[in-house]
Structure formats: C-alpha cells, structure tokens
Design a protein around this ligand. Structure first.
Ligand SMILES: [Zn+2]
Length: 142
C-alpha cells in the first residue's frame, strides 16, 4: 500500500512496472542502470540485462558484457522475435569480484513458450560488474 501511495505522488512520470519483475517502477529499477548508473551487484546487472533484452537495448547489453566474451555486434532484430514473459531469480552468490546468478527467463518465440534456465557468471572490474558467460541448465526447447 505504501508503494502505491509513493507511486501516486509521482505525477510527472507514470510508473511503468520494471520488466525484470522487481516490484518497482522501471525508472527506479533497471532504467537507472540503462541511463548510465552502474548496477551495484551482479543480480541487479543480470536483471537490467534481462530488461535490456525486453526493451531491445543492444548498446547496454554490449557495454555490460565483459570484453573477453563480448560479441562484436548484437543484432537482436535479426534473430527470431522473442516476447519476454518474465524473469525468476533462483540464486545469487558472490565471492569477491566474481559472482554467479541462476535464473529462469520465459519467453515466447513464434507462438511457442520457452523456458531458459541459465547460470550466468559475472566479474567485477574497477568497481563495475560485467556479464561473462552462462551455462544453460536442462535446456528445454532448444
Ligand atoms: Zn528492473
């Protein structure tokens, strides 16, 4: 209830729910990171990358990808159109400058529902977290 009151006070910008699933508006959640504020931890980075996929923010995805594994280009429009349906965080563990985040992302591609269960690895360099790579778990629908 207090969240609703806070939202109704925000008259200038109607609150859009954040695609990542946190109970916050996009502007206070992943939107801040997309605008340039670095995510404070790997989980926030993972969520903001999911939101970036939902919104098609290729520049953000590349900028938050570690240089050692980053693709030269990321042409989301060239792949099959995915409608992202939701994100579920399973686990987040960090040790120093490395972290792993396990999640399930659901999407629909060409009318078929798909479930992507991945364990992603992240590293922190100069105080900034980067996505390194991910391992698919029980990849259904591939
Ligand atoms: Zn978010």
């Amino acid at each position: 209830m207090s969240e609703m009151c806070a939202a109704s006070r925000n008259r200038l910008a109607p609150v859009k729910p954040c695609p990542c699933g946190r109970p916050r508006g996009y502007e206070e959640c992943c939107g801040r990171h997309h605008a340039g504020s670095p995510p404070p931890d790997a989980e926030s980075l993972m969520r903001s990358r999911y939101s970036a996929y939902v919104l098609g923010l290729e520049d953000y995805l590349l900028a938050s990808w570690h240089a050692s594994t980053r693709p030269a280009v990321l042409d989301l429009a060239a792949g099959p159109a995915a409608k992202w349906l939701g994100l579920e965080l399973k686990a987040h563990s960090a040790a120093g400058d490395t972290a792993t985040v396990e999640f399930v992302a659901r999407c629909r591609v060409g009318g078929r529902a798909q479930r992507m269960h991945e364990i992603s690895r992240f590293v922190r360099e100069n105080g900034r977290w980067y996505y390194v790579d991910g391992v698919l778990e029980g990849a259904a629908g591939r």
